[in-house]
Design a binder for this molecule. Sequence first.
Ligand code: MN
Length: 288
Amino acid sequence: MPRHVSQVIQTVQTLEGGGFLVRRPFPTPQCSYIDPFLLLDQMGPVDWQPGEAIGAPDHPHRGFETVTYLLSGEMEHKDSQGNYGKLTPGDVQWMTAGAGVVHSEMPTAEFRERGGITNGFQIWVNLPAKLKLTPPRYQDIPVSRIPEVVLDDKGSRVHIIAGTIGNTTAVINTHTPITFLHVTLQPGVSFTHSVPPSQNAMVYIISGNGQFGSEAKSASAGQLVVFANNAEEITTTALSEEPLDLLLLGGEPLNEPVVRYGPFVMNTREEIFQAFQDYQSGKMGAIS
Ligand code: MN
Protein backbone atom coordinates (compact mmCIF):
# COMPACT_ATOMS: atom_id res chain seq x y z
CA MET A 1 0.00 0.00 0.00
CA PRO A 2 1.39 3.45 -0.90
CA ARG A 3 2.08 6.12 1.68
CA HIS A 4 0.06 9.36 1.66
CA VAL A 5 1.78 12.68 1.09
CA SER A 6 1.70 14.70 4.32
CA GLN A 7 3.15 17.94 2.95
CA VAL A 8 4.96 19.53 0.02
CA ILE A 9 7.64 22.00 1.12
CA GLN A 10 8.96 24.75 -1.14
CA THR A 11 12.70 25.49 -0.84
CA VAL A 12 13.95 28.87 0.27
CA GLN A 13 17.15 30.33 -1.16
CA THR A 14 19.81 31.44 1.29
CA LEU A 15 23.56 31.91 1.56
CA GLU A 16 25.88 29.48 3.38
CA GLY A 17 29.57 29.13 4.21
CA GLY A 18 31.60 31.86 2.52
CA GLY A 19 28.38 33.12 0.85
CA PHE A 20 27.35 30.51 -1.70
CA LEU A 21 23.74 29.96 -2.74
CA VAL A 22 21.79 27.03 -1.33
CA ARG A 23 18.19 25.93 -1.93
CA ARG A 24 16.90 24.77 1.44
CA PRO A 25 13.63 22.96 2.22
CA PHE A 26 14.64 22.78 5.91
CA PRO A 27 15.53 24.09 8.43
CA THR A 28 13.25 27.10 7.86
CA PRO A 29 10.84 28.90 10.23
CA GLN A 30 8.09 26.54 8.93
CA CYS A 31 10.00 23.28 9.33
CA SER A 32 13.00 23.01 11.65
CA TYR A 33 13.85 19.36 10.98
CA ILE A 34 12.43 16.03 9.83
CA ASP A 35 13.74 13.55 12.41
CA PRO A 36 16.50 12.30 12.08
CA PHE A 37 17.39 14.72 9.24
CA LEU A 38 18.43 18.16 10.51
CA LEU A 39 19.22 19.96 7.28
CA LEU A 40 18.83 19.46 3.55
CA ASP A 41 20.66 21.89 1.26
CA GLN A 42 20.97 21.82 -2.49
CA MET A 43 24.27 23.62 -3.09
CA GLY A 44 23.61 25.32 -6.40
CA PRO A 45 23.34 24.98 -9.26
CA VAL A 46 25.64 27.98 -9.55
CA ASP A 47 27.67 28.83 -12.67
CA TRP A 48 30.94 30.32 -11.39
CA GLN A 49 33.14 32.60 -13.51
CA PRO A 50 36.88 31.76 -13.42
CA GLY A 51 38.36 32.74 -10.02
CA GLU A 52 34.98 33.26 -8.30
CA ALA A 53 33.97 29.91 -6.75
CA ILE A 54 33.78 29.91 -2.96
CA GLY A 55 33.15 27.31 -0.26
CA ALA A 56 33.09 26.95 3.52
CA PRO A 57 36.48 27.61 5.18
CA ASP A 58 37.49 26.00 8.52
CA HIS A 59 34.53 25.49 10.90
CA PRO A 60 33.58 22.92 13.57
CA HIS A 61 30.74 20.41 13.97
CA ARG A 62 29.61 18.27 16.90
CA GLY A 63 26.74 15.89 17.60
CA PHE A 64 25.70 14.73 14.12
CA GLU A 65 26.89 13.66 10.64
CA THR A 66 27.41 15.74 7.50
CA VAL A 67 26.80 14.04 4.16
CA THR A 68 28.03 15.65 0.95
CA TYR A 69 26.87 14.38 -2.45
CA LEU A 70 28.23 16.16 -5.49
CA LEU A 71 26.41 16.33 -8.85
CA SER A 72 28.66 18.86 -10.59
CA GLY A 73 31.90 20.69 -9.79
CA GLU A 74 34.89 19.72 -7.65
CA MET A 75 35.27 20.00 -3.89
CA GLU A 76 38.15 19.52 -1.52
CA HIS A 77 37.74 18.42 2.10
CA LYS A 78 40.29 18.76 4.89
CA ASP A 79 39.71 18.09 8.58
CA SER A 80 41.29 18.12 12.02
CA GLN A 81 41.50 14.31 12.01
CA GLY A 82 44.01 14.54 9.16
CA ASN A 83 41.56 13.41 6.47
CA TYR A 84 41.79 14.82 2.98
CA GLY A 85 39.34 14.13 0.19
CA LYS A 86 38.53 15.39 -3.29
CA LEU A 87 34.95 15.05 -4.47
CA THR A 88 33.99 14.91 -8.13
CA PRO A 89 30.47 14.29 -9.54
CA GLY A 90 28.74 11.26 -8.03
CA ASP A 91 31.14 10.96 -5.08
CA VAL A 92 29.81 10.86 -1.52
CA GLN A 93 31.45 11.94 1.70
CA TRP A 94 29.82 10.77 4.92
CA MET A 95 31.48 12.46 7.89
CA THR A 96 30.49 11.57 11.43
CA ALA A 97 31.43 14.68 13.38
CA GLY A 98 30.49 12.99 16.66
CA ALA A 99 32.58 14.45 19.52
CA GLY A 100 33.94 17.17 17.25
CA VAL A 101 35.69 17.90 13.99
CA VAL A 102 36.98 21.07 12.35
CA HIS A 103 36.77 20.85 8.58
CA SER A 104 36.87 22.92 5.41
CA GLU A 105 34.74 22.35 2.31
CA MET A 106 36.19 24.30 -0.61
CA PRO A 107 36.23 24.19 -4.41
CA THR A 108 39.53 22.72 -5.65
CA ALA A 109 42.14 25.22 -6.87
CA GLU A 110 41.77 23.87 -10.43
CA PHE A 111 37.98 24.31 -10.38
CA ARG A 112 38.24 27.83 -8.96
CA GLU A 113 40.66 28.79 -11.72
CA ARG A 114 38.55 27.23 -14.47
CA GLY A 115 35.08 28.11 -13.20
CA GLY A 116 32.00 26.07 -14.03
CA ILE A 117 28.81 24.71 -12.51
CA THR A 118 28.64 23.63 -8.88
CA ASN A 119 25.68 21.48 -7.86
CA GLY A 120 25.23 18.99 -5.06
CA PHE A 121 23.80 18.33 -1.65
CA GLN A 122 24.65 18.61 1.97
CA ILE A 123 22.52 16.67 4.42
CA TRP A 124 22.84 16.65 8.20
CA VAL A 125 21.89 13.39 9.91
CA ASN A 126 21.35 13.57 13.65
CA LEU A 127 23.02 11.15 16.06
CA PRO A 128 21.21 9.61 19.03
CA ALA A 129 22.20 11.04 22.45
CA LYS A 130 24.33 8.01 23.22
CA LEU A 131 26.41 8.54 20.03
CA LYS A 132 26.73 12.34 20.00
CA LEU A 133 30.25 12.15 21.42
CA THR A 134 31.31 9.09 19.42
CA PRO A 135 34.80 9.34 17.86
CA PRO A 136 34.72 11.08 14.45
CA ARG A 137 34.50 8.84 11.39
CA TYR A 138 35.17 9.68 7.76
CA GLN A 139 33.84 7.73 4.75
CA ASP A 140 34.92 8.98 1.35
CA ILE A 141 33.22 6.94 -1.37
CA PRO A 142 33.93 7.49 -5.08
CA VAL A 143 31.08 7.11 -7.57
CA SER A 144 32.70 3.88 -8.83
CA ARG A 145 31.87 2.23 -5.48
CA ILE A 146 28.27 3.51 -5.26
CA PRO A 147 25.99 0.61 -6.28
CA GLU A 148 23.72 1.35 -9.24
CA VAL A 149 20.46 -0.44 -10.02
CA VAL A 150 19.32 -0.16 -13.65
CA LEU A 151 15.51 0.04 -13.91
CA ASP A 152 15.11 -0.05 -17.70
CA ASP A 153 17.11 0.24 -20.92
CA LYS A 154 16.21 3.92 -21.40
CA GLY A 155 18.31 5.34 -18.58
CA SER A 156 16.11 4.97 -15.51
CA ARG A 157 18.36 4.05 -12.59
CA VAL A 158 19.03 4.34 -8.88
CA HIS A 159 22.29 5.07 -7.09
CA ILE A 160 22.20 3.51 -3.62
CA ILE A 161 24.07 5.85 -1.29
CA ALA A 162 22.54 4.31 1.84
CA GLY A 163 20.08 1.45 2.18
CA THR A 164 19.14 -1.58 0.10
CA ILE A 165 17.24 -2.39 -3.09
CA GLY A 166 16.56 -6.09 -3.60
CA ASN A 167 19.90 -7.74 -2.86
CA THR A 168 22.02 -4.66 -3.56
CA THR A 169 23.20 -2.78 -0.47
CA ALA A 170 25.10 0.49 -0.13
CA VAL A 171 28.76 0.41 0.91
CA ILE A 172 28.40 3.31 3.36
CA ASN A 173 27.90 2.47 7.04
CA THR A 174 25.34 4.51 8.95
CA HIS A 175 24.88 4.74 12.74
CA THR A 176 21.09 4.47 12.47
CA PRO A 177 18.98 2.95 9.65
CA ILE A 178 19.10 5.44 6.75
CA THR A 179 17.86 5.24 3.17
CA PHE A 180 19.48 7.64 0.69
CA LEU A 181 18.76 6.96 -2.98
CA HIS A 182 19.42 9.09 -6.07
CA VAL A 183 16.66 8.09 -8.49
CA THR A 184 16.48 9.06 -12.17
CA LEU A 185 13.27 8.14 -14.04
CA GLN A 186 12.64 8.57 -17.74
CA PRO A 187 9.27 10.12 -18.73
CA GLY A 188 6.32 7.89 -17.80
CA VAL A 189 8.36 5.52 -15.63
CA SER A 190 7.13 4.65 -12.12
CA PHE A 191 9.22 3.68 -9.08
CA THR A 192 8.26 2.17 -5.75
CA HIS A 193 10.51 1.75 -2.73
CA SER A 194 9.55 0.35 0.65
CA VAL A 195 10.62 2.16 3.81
CA PRO A 196 9.38 0.75 7.15
CA PRO A 197 6.39 2.83 8.38
CA SER A 198 8.31 3.67 11.58
CA GLN A 199 10.76 5.68 9.47
CA ASN A 200 10.21 9.19 8.18
CA ALA A 201 10.55 9.43 4.41
CA MET A 202 10.74 12.22 1.84
CA VAL A 203 11.64 12.96 -1.75
CA TYR A 204 13.53 16.06 -2.92
CA ILE A 205 13.04 16.83 -6.62
CA ILE A 206 16.22 17.93 -8.40
CA SER A 207 14.67 18.30 -11.85
CA GLY A 208 11.51 17.41 -13.73
CA ASN A 209 8.11 16.78 -12.17
CA GLY A 210 6.09 13.81 -11.07
CA GLN A 211 3.22 12.40 -9.08
CA PHE A 212 3.76 11.09 -5.57
CA GLY A 213 2.01 8.89 -3.02
CA SER A 214 -1.47 7.37 -2.81
CA GLU A 215 -3.16 10.63 -3.93
CA ALA A 216 -0.81 11.08 -6.96
CA LYS A 217 0.16 14.51 -5.67
CA SER A 218 2.01 16.64 -8.23
CA ALA A 219 5.34 18.21 -7.34
CA SER A 220 8.27 19.60 -9.29
CA ALA A 221 11.92 20.68 -9.13
CA GLY A 222 12.88 22.45 -5.91
CA GLN A 223 10.08 20.91 -3.83
CA LEU A 224 10.33 18.42 -0.98
CA VAL A 225 7.54 15.83 -0.78
CA VAL A 226 7.15 14.52 2.78
CA PHE A 227 5.32 11.22 3.22
CA ALA A 228 3.00 10.13 6.03
CA ASN A 229 3.86 7.06 8.12
CA ASN A 230 0.67 5.17 7.17
CA ALA A 231 2.37 2.47 5.08
CA GLU A 232 5.67 1.33 3.56
CA GLU A 233 5.62 2.18 -0.11
CA ILE A 234 7.05 5.42 -1.47
CA THR A 235 5.58 5.71 -4.97
CA THR A 236 6.39 8.11 -7.79
CA THR A 237 5.77 8.46 -11.53
CA ALA A 238 7.79 10.73 -13.83
CA LEU A 239 5.49 13.11 -15.69
CA SER A 240 7.71 15.65 -17.39
CA GLU A 241 9.24 15.43 -20.87
CA GLU A 242 12.65 15.50 -19.23
CA PRO A 243 13.77 12.83 -16.76
CA LEU A 244 12.57 13.10 -13.16
CA ASP A 245 15.66 13.32 -10.97
CA LEU A 246 15.20 13.04 -7.21
CA LEU A 247 16.69 12.09 -3.86
CA LEU A 248 14.74 9.67 -1.65
CA LEU A 249 15.56 9.92 2.06
CA GLY A 250 14.32 7.74 4.90
CA GLY A 251 15.36 7.45 8.51
CA GLU A 252 14.29 6.16 11.90
CA PRO A 253 13.24 9.15 14.06
CA LEU A 254 15.31 9.54 17.24
CA ASN A 255 12.48 11.22 19.20
CA GLU A 256 14.96 13.08 21.38
CA PRO A 257 15.22 16.79 22.19
CA VAL A 258 17.07 18.79 19.50
CA VAL A 259 19.00 21.85 20.67
CA ARG A 260 20.96 23.37 17.81
CA TYR A 261 23.17 26.38 17.50
CA GLY A 262 25.07 26.95 14.26
CA PRO A 263 27.42 24.03 13.68
CA PHE A 264 26.50 22.13 16.88
CA VAL A 265 23.43 19.96 17.44
CA MET A 266 22.99 18.48 20.93
CA ASN A 267 20.17 17.53 23.33
CA THR A 268 20.50 20.32 25.93
CA ARG A 269 21.63 23.97 26.14
CA GLU A 270 24.40 22.97 28.54
CA GLU A 271 25.81 20.60 25.92
CA ILE A 272 25.81 23.46 23.37
CA PHE A 273 27.77 25.70 25.78
CA GLN A 274 30.17 22.83 26.35
CA ALA A 275 30.62 22.42 22.58
CA PHE A 276 31.53 26.12 22.21
CA GLN A 277 33.98 25.84 25.11
CA ASP A 278 35.59 22.71 23.71
CA TYR A 279 35.89 24.27 20.24
CA GLN A 280 37.36 27.51 21.58
CA SER A 281 39.85 25.70 23.80
CA GLY A 282 41.05 23.69 20.81
CA LYS A 283 39.62 20.31 21.85
CA MET A 284 38.16 19.72 18.37
CA GLY A 285 41.61 20.25 16.87
CA ALA A 286 42.61 22.28 13.85
CA ILE A 287 43.42 21.59 10.22
CA SER A 288 47.17 21.18 9.88
MN1 MN B 1 30.62 21.75 7.48
